[in-house]
Design a binder for this molecule. Structure first.
Ligand SMILES: [Zn+2]
Length: 133
């Protein structure tokens, strides 16, 4: 344990050495994932991880340690999230637009019709803004 705390002391006092050391000790896939995150806009932090001295990156407002955090789930979720959300949004908007149109067909109150028409217009506008496949 004495050796580990000595390493931590050095890591605090000599950041660049700690960074280089952590990078050279990191497994190849971790380094590849870290590089992938950086290519997606993550920034490497000068401060090493307070827990294990690993290289830290900031990605989408969160700080991850390239040593002890599972970077593969971060890059995987970042890669699928946009497409998944757009696909889900399209489904929901289509369903709501369909419901609103059906409701409009049977609505007799002009005030309520006005609400339904503006609602349908908003759904329709949003649908058209979604990226087309
Ligand atoms: Zn760490």
């Amino acid at each position: 344990m004495a050796g580990l705390s000595a390493f931590r002391m050095r890591a605090v006092f000599n950041t660049s050495v700690a960074l280089a050391g952590a990078l050279s000790k990191a497994p190849k896939d971790k380094m590849r994932l870290a590089a992938e995150l950086v290519s997606k806009g993550a920034t490497m932090l000068a401060e090493p991880c307070p827990q294990d001295g690993g290289v830290q990156v900031r990605y989408r407002g969160k700080v991850y340690c390239t040593s002890h955090d599972d970077l593969s789930t971060i890059t995987a979720s970042a890669a699928v999230s946009y497409d998944t959300v757009v696909a889900h949004m399209r489904e929901v908007l289509l369903a709501r637009l369909n419901e609103t149109t059906a409701a409009l067909g049977t609505e007799r109150d002009p005030g309520r019709q006005d609400q339904l028409v503006s609602l349908a217009a908003k759904y329709f506008e949003l649908l058209q803004k979604l990226p087309q496949k």
